[in-house]
Write a protein of this length. Sequence first.
Length: 317
Amino acid sequence: MGTGGEVLLYIGGYGRSGSTLLECLLARLDGVVVLGELEHLWERGVRQNQRCACGEPFADCPFWAEVGRTAFGGWDQVDVERVLALKAAVVRQRHLPRMLRRSLPPELANQAAEFTGYHHRICDAAQQLTGARVVVDSSKFPPLAVALAHDPAIDLRMIHLVRDSRGVAYSWSKTVARPETEDGEAMPRYSSVHSSAHWLSHNLAMQLAGRLGRPVLRIRYEDLVADPEATVSQAWRRLGLPGPGTLPMEDAHTIELLPTHSVAGNPMRFTRGRTVLRSDEAWRQGMPRGRRLLVTLLSAPLLLAYGYRLRSAQEGS
């Protein structure tokens, strides 16, 4: 990506799996700039002017204003409708069977190249402004990772972040406000069946993304929270990322989180200051047994493949 040897590190998987936590941790590494969920930049940032993680509306954030100027001569110089049309043509679950081919049909290849070109320019601009060697996009959405994997100008590495499907389903059942919106609009809530189906499809898609020849490393949310320093440093080494990848932990589970310019994502991106990391296991007591059993049955093959136990969740232990 670009001429400076920088890397785009993409965090993929399904929502409520800890991607914002991971992004906040990676923001503490030297030579890293985190940008949030770039998949939503055009709609939530440019069009809706939602708040950046720094607290400013997107249009008033000096960082994003400078990124726009560096990349395009200003955000007002971009045909946003064109970008969103390209995104609809390329970055959707329904397009994955075609997009996962190593060689794309000419029209689709042209659309993908044009769309990822915008992404590329944003990441290059962020790198130029910060001097970072690693740019982090925590969009999660597998179709975007697949589209980016087709762009030879991007040095793409991927972290496939997974979390126990029962914890994910329980989290999606709760009401969570979006502090970046003016009216505190709530994030969507999903049924157990809906979240289980998407947990399966997103995680399977991230596994398949590795077929395109880009490095993909799977890590578990539970392992990240249990030992963040070791999990991040091991991921850094295995993906061949520049720098030591050593988190500045105060102790095994405590770290100072700094402000970022994450453009979209979980409300945790607004967290700053001394933070104690604890695994969110509320689902073990709070999730009704019938719902827990349903999610376990629906997602059992991948749960086992990822090293999760089935019986303990059914018993609530």
